[in-house]
Design a protein around this ligand. Structure first.
Ligand code: PLP
Length: 429
């Protein structure tokens, strides 16, 4: 059969393991199996109330309009106020953000792709702290950029390697550094010292530095998140830094608004104006009614500190339950307690390829008709072989369901070992 070829960039756009597991989980659910979907970072809790009220009121007005391609002024202003308030409240010295520094996008995903398209040419190399949110690979492939890993390790608390180690990966093609803190999947929060080191390296080698801060509010322990807006450098360097950094943010996680698809890029006005050109020439503009709803969500947390406190409490409680359940039902695994975001990485030291276990758990196993979808972690790494014995869990259910899910994982693990013949046979001796 004659067929036209597709663009080369599409060939690199394989479905992520997160989406692959979601497809299977949804099919099994349709067939009547109960699947706890711990594979997706889709919060189960109801969205923030202000969003619904403002969205409904705006829709009732009956005029649904194109929006300026840079975003609605009221949302850009409110988001800038929220950011400044976030740091002021904690008495943290920071760069003050104004609406000119804010671009509205279709979620953080579109913020990232638009930024990559605006900053990088095909063949440019971008260093990325590993493990990382796996869709970064696809977002970068669209722009033709090449991701290179800055590896970090659970056994070392995911601390950044020394500067000279990082510098070994910098070539004449390197144009940027990308990180996510608090991190999906590791939960690592980069310290101020680590952020400053990355900023200095970026400036030394003339690189952009892009910080994905979508989990800013999701703190699971005592360490607060840090931001590129807090980096303090000598006056001469500070000016260059202001022209080099970009922050990515989103309403998806903090407000349980994944489906609203509102994200942000924050940076100096000329950078924002250039990234806005990509928005103008791709989606033209972001939904005006949804921007209205999201602006109200930010107004709500500006006046109600309880919202974020409750959010943190909810996820901490889930994490506590998960850690206890892991000790009880999966005692042989390695699962470091994360500091932020809402994921858990679990290493199975005795499995070579965790995919087989994950598929066994999802497709072949059930306890009373129930099973669990997890994400095999290899796609969170660029370094060959890494993540092959790890899975990621998202803490997106109430505590009892998380405990039940981990119990099912433990039972499935015992059954899997028997199924694969991994269990040692009893000796006659
Ligand atoms: C680190 C990170 N960045 C970006 C995104 C994309 O967020 P959005 O839903 O706003 O596109 C996610 C979603 O899970 C994420 O975990």
């Amino acid at each position: 059969m004659d067929s036209h070829r597709f663009a080369k960039r599409v060939e690199q756009l394989a479905p992520s393991s997160i989406r692959k597991m979601m497809g299977i989980a949804r099919r099994l659910a349709q067939e009547g199996k109960t699947v706890y979907e711990l594979n997706m970072g889709q919060p189960d809790i109801a969205c923030i109330s202000g969003f619904q009220e403002a969205l409904t009121a705006k829709v009732r007005e009956g005029h649904i309009c194109y929006s300026p391609f840079i975003g609605e002024t009221y949302l850009r202003e409110t988001f800038a106020r929220y950011l400044n308030h976030h740091f002021d409240q904690r008495k943290v010295k920071h760069l003050v953000v104004e609406k000119e520094n804010v671009l509205v996008t279709v979620g953080a995903s579109h913020a990232l792709t638009s930024t990559f398209l605006a900053l990088f040419d095909p063949g440019d190399e971008i260093l990325c702290v590993e493990p990382f949110f796996s869709p970064y690979s696809g977002f970068m492939a669209v722009a033709g950029g090449v991701l290179k890993a800055i590896p970090t390790f659970a056994e070392q608390g995911f601390v950044l390697p020394d500067d000279d180690q990082i510098e070994k990966s910098i070539t004449p093609k390197t144009r940027g550094i990308l990180f996510n803190s608090p991190s999906n999947p590791s939960g690592k929060i980069l310290s101020e010292d680590e952020l400053t080191r990355l900023a200095r390296l970026a400036l030394k080698h003339n690189l952009y530095i892009i910080g994905d801060e979508v989990y800013r509010e999701m703190i699971l322990g005592d360490q607060e998140s840090t931001s590129l807006l807090q980096v303090q450098l000598e006056a001469g360097l500070m000016e260059k830094f202001k022209n080099s950094f970009i922050i990515i943010d989103s309403a998806s996680k903090s407000f349980s608004l994944c489906g609203a698809r509102i994200g942000f890029v924050v940076g100096r006005a000329p950078i924002i104006d250039n990234i806005a050109k990509v928005v103008a020439h791709t989606v033209a503009s972001v939904s005006d009614v949804v921007q209205y709803g999201v602006a109200r969500a930010y107004e709500q947390i500006l006046s109600d500190a309880e919202y974020v406190r409750n959010l943190r409490h909810t996820y901490r409680e889930r994490l506590d339950v998960a850690m206890i359940a892991i000790k009880e039902y999966l005692p042989h695994v390695v699962a470091p307690r994360p500091d932020g975001a809402f994921y858990l990485m679990i290493q199975f030291p005795d499995l070579e390829d965790v995919n087989e276990y994950a598929m066994f758990l999802l497709e072949r196993f059930n306890l009373g008709g129930e099973t669990v979808a997890v994400t095999p972690a290899a796609s969170f790494y660029l370094t060959p072989g890494r993540g092959r014995n790890e899975v990621r869990l998202a803490l997106v259910y109430e505590p009892e369901k998380i405990r039940r899910s981990i119990f099912i994982m433990g039972e499935a693990y015992k059954a899997f070992k028997v199924y694969r013949g991994l269990e040692k046979k009893a000796s006659l001796r």
